[in-house]
Design a protein around this ligand. Structure first.
Ligand SMILES: [Zn+2]
Length: 873
């Protein structure tokens, strides 16, 4: 799954209640287990395992609910008078058990907890044997984008699914865990005027009265969370097959799917699929594993995209484009598409046994997707994607209240917490670090072996890390990898150089990086793949101790402590100047690593603010986009929380970065590089939003008006969203009303997204109040409500009022928010910077006690306390 930034707050997690199963066994059918066995709080027991599902679902999106019927073949391996499985939000659920001898037994369904664990009481104890569960049920369409849900657009209704992590149980009863990986036979019964798509190709369609029975080919073994389908008056665009490749001897049918009238906007996405698939196939050395590929644009979707095998779903903004689409949209499409396609191997072909190892899916898809995208579009600005993601993750990973990449999931309420920056971005960066350490060819060999050994099955972190260590013929890789997977925190490396008689001794000390004001313990070590360069010569070794001594045959004049720039660690220096002098000669990734450690030195208090600011003018002149813009985050913090004279600082921002934006201009130049397009967007946003440069703001405002009047805006298409934000901020109520009307009148996802982001950005109190109220108004999709609430909570000027508004409208917010994602609401308020607010949050959210939200609350409070510590220094 790919998270969507603005709806990250909305990622779902089901609440959970632990209720010990204290019921006495049926008097007529005593069985030893039921007297002692409590309701499973996470994984179901393994003594009843499914081997096949046959499902028939009647899905008419014009109705308030759906019904289903099915059979699950099951192997019982120990005697029992009950079974455990999952089903949630169903009515009239009736389950019968057919024994190996054909006896049909009625069962009693007992709901056991809020996460959908049910106990099936049998009328007698059954000995180990092959069983069949036969069931029928009814259920409503879900209201918050979980399970099987309904979307309306243009007077038509559609049904879509999102089952990851634990929402397949809302669509059919079953064993809703990733280790139960079996084939499915699915039939959808839909109104005959409608179409249906699923993971596999349609193999038969028969009409009976007003209904069509659409039968799909048997799937490869799948966990429940990867099953997917869509129903409605869909536009289905048949594209040319993915042609045979060096590693695939068959072509693969490719289609694009969208709601009615939007099929013609799938062209760009379809055209640019074969190249990405081929890039991944060449890397893995394994053909695309599934029979066909559909890419499906969903108008309302909580995540960014979902890797359902053969039927990948995306939010519309990522897939639907015409020729005038801005570059950011095409670029997001390709990177998310590459991520989801990488999952077809990592996650789908080989699946983690339990959510503890979700990083194997997500870290890997992040890393491999970025690699494939960078190879597919070498000039699209993906090359530092993993390094930049890792550096963002280091910010979060500096908190004491952070989770490990491989945090044990002991409770269903923890599952959705695992879909965070630690899993995706830290995980991706750690993979890249070890790829660099063992060498890319060796790493690729290990990946290929791992996928081959576990194809169609499940595999864990030990299997993956073991395969890499074996390919590298280096056992130490196992422990080193695990030291990053099972510990929180960012390593910090300090180097002391002692030279004597033309030789050098380097004392290298590791500790945990902690920001200023942290209450954490710095005493922590990793088995750290450490690569450094001394006078241009590279040395790599594993540091396994707190202190290591490295000998060199010469006394180096310069030392680069993160050679290659792939290390997930930071380093400290007493004097940054010598390294800064070499910046223009370093590789991009290496230079970015230096700037990250430099930024980190400001955050931990080891570098004075004046010394930091003194370097910014030179950094702003660096040629590469990622390097020149590396200080922008820190500058934003300084402006918000530390500047004594904000206007003076804004003037400096303009002096440092204004000339670079002026050189680029606001309009796109014919044939300009994609890096220039990206740099223009970043700088314009910074200068308009942080520097508040008046001339820039009026130019953007004028462009917004031209755009809204249907004229040529005279600015790059990538700046339209920013222009609308500036316009509504500066023009007030009339602009707000006009954008709101535009939002409500349009079904175009990009038009709506731009309007929503602009409306979410308003700061004037009266308008901001309207923006928040709009979040709960009629006519908005679920994921759009999060854009408004998230934008208002994020804004420095609006976060306090938004917090108050949330307190006053909590029930309204909870009604539109997926119950399982409520624990993340608190993270939306982690931008505060005062101890009072930290205390307030602690008390308020502490008393709300959202399931699984304890760590999120602690992390939010810690972030606020750290901000206050730094602001007050
Ligand atoms: Zn993913």
């Amino acid at each position: 799954m790919r998270k969507f930034m603005l709806s990250a707050l909305a990622l779902a997690l089901l609440g959970c209640q632990d209720k010990a199963d204290t019921q006495a066994p049926a008097a007529t059918a005593p069985a030893a287990q039921s007297q002692v066995e409590a309701t499973p709080v996470a994984q179901l027991p393994r003594w009843a395992e499914p081997s096949h599902y046959q499902l028939t679902l009647w899905v008419d999106p014009d109705q308030p609910g759906f019904k289903g019927q099915g059979e699950i073949a099951l192997q019982l391996t120990q005697a029992s008078d009950h079974l455990w499985l999952h089903a949630k939000d169903m009515s009239q659920l009736d389950i019968k058990v057919v024994t190996a001898e054909g006896e049909i037994l009625d069962t009693q369904v007992e709901d056991k907890d809020d996460t959908g664990v049910i106990r099936l009481a049998l009328p007698k104890t059954l000995s180990p044997q092959q069983l069949t569960l036969k069931f029928d049920y009814q259920a409503p369409y879900n209201q918050s984008l979980e399970g099987l849900y309904k979307v309306s657009e243009g007077g038509r209704n559609y049904a879509f699914t999102q089952f990851e992590s634990i929402d397949a149980r809302r669509a059919f009863p079953g064993f809703d865990e990733p280790s139960f990986k079996v084939p499915f036979d699915l039939t959808l019964v839909v109104p005959k005027a409608m179409k249906a798509v699923a993971n596999t190709p349609e193999v038969a369609r028969r009409e009976e009265g007003e209904l069509a029975y659409v039968q799909f080919a048997t799937t490869k073994p799948l966990p429940t969370y990867l099953l997917a389908f869509a129903v409605g008056d869909l536009d289905i665009v048949q594209w040319q097959d993915l042609p045979k490749t060096a590693v695939r001897e068959r072509s693969v049918p490719l289609r694009g799917v969208a709601v009615h009238g939007k099929g013609d906007k799938l062209k760009f996405a379809l055209e640019n699929t074969a190249g990405i698939v081929e890039t991944l196939e060449n890397y893995f050395g394994i053909p695309y594993p599934y029979q066909k590929l559909d890419i499906i644009a969903v108008p309302d979707f909580a995540a960014g995209a979902m890797e359902n095998p053969g039927a990948i779903t995306y939010r519309e903004q990522l897939l639907l484009m015409d020729d005038s689409a801005p570059f950011w949209q095409k670029r997001s499409y390709a990177s998310v598409h590459a991520h989801e396609l990488a999952h077809q191997w990592f996650g789908d072909l080989v699946t983690m046994p339990w959510w503890t190892d979700i990083w194997l899916n997500e870290a890997f898809a992040t890393w491999a997707g970025n690699k494939a995208a960078a190879k597919w579009g070498p000039d699209w600005g993906y090359d530092l994607g993993i390094a930049q993601g890792g550096q963002r993750a280091m910010g979060a990973d500096s908190l004491v209240n952070m989770r490990e990449i491989r945090q044990p999931i002991l409770h269903n309420a923890d599952i959705s917490n695992a879909f965070d920056g630690i899993t995706y971005q830290k995980g991706g960066a750690v993979l890249q670090m070890f790829e660099h350490f063992v060498g890319p060819e060796v790493f690729q060999k290990g990946v290929h072996q791992y996928l081959t050994d576990h194809a169609w099955g499940n595999a864990s972190a030990e299997d993956f890390v073991g395969a890499i260590a074996k390919a590298a013929d280096n056992d130490a890789v196992n422990q080193a990898f695990m030291s990053f997977l099972t510990q929180t925190g960012v390593p910090k490396v300090a180097i002391e150089r002692h030279c004597q008689d033309g030789k050098a001794e380097l004392k290298v000390t590791q500790s945990r990086y902690l920001p200023l004001g942290s209450k954490g313990d710095a005493n922590r070590t990793w088995d750290l793949p450490f690569c450094f360069e001394a006078d241009g010569e590279r040395h790599c070794q594993l540091l396994t101790e707190k202190q290591s001594t490295l000998a060199l045959n010469s006394c180096p004049s310069t030392l680069l402590p993160n050679a290659g720039g792939t290390g997930y660690y930071r380093f400290s220096l007493d004097d940054w100047q010598p390294l800064f002098a070499t910046l223009p000669t370093l590789g991009k990734a290496e230079a970015l690593g230096v700037l990250d450690s430099f930024n980190a030195a400001l955050s931990d208090g080891s570098l004075p603010l004046d010394s930091y600011l003194a370097q910014v003018p030179a950094i702003a002149q660096l040629k590469d986009r990622e390097l020149a813009t590396a200080p922008l985050g820190q500058l934003g913090f300084i402006l918000a929380h530390q500047a004594k004279d904000k206007d003076a600082l804004r003037g400096q921002f303009q002096a440092w970065y204004g000339p670079r934006l002026a050189a680029l201009g606001l309009a796109a130049k014919a044939g300009e590089s994609k890096d220039d397009t990206l740099l223009r967007s970043t700088l314009a946003a910074f200068l308009a939003d942080k520097a508040r440069t008046p001339a820039l703001r009026s130019a953007l405002s004028a462009a917004a008006e031209a755009h809204l009047a249907g004229k040529d805006a005279g600015i790059a298409p990538d700046l339209i969203g920013l222009a609308l934000e500036v316009w509504v901020q500066d023009k007030g109520q009339p602009a707000f009303d006009s954008l709101k009307a535009r939002l409500m009148a349009s079904q175009d996802a990009v038009v709506r997204q731009r309007a929503l982001q602009a409306l979410a950005s308003v700061e004037a109190p009266a308008l901001a109040a309207q923006a928040r109220d709009l979040a709960l108004a009629e006519g908005l999709r679920v994921n759009e409500r999060f854009m408004l609430m998230g934008g208002q909570a994020y804004g420095l000027e609006t976060m306090a009022d938004t917090y108050q508004w949330f307190k006053e409208h909590r029930q309204g917010v909870e009604a539109v928010w997926p119950a399982s994602g409520r624990k993340r609401i608190v993270s939306g308020f982690s931008g505060f910077c005062s101890l009072d607010k930290a205390k307030d949050l602690e008390a308020y959210f502490g008393q709300l006690a959202y399931e699984g939200g304890e760590r999120n609350l602690k992390a939010a409070v810690e972030s606020i306390e750290l901000c206050a510590a730094r602001a007050g220094q």
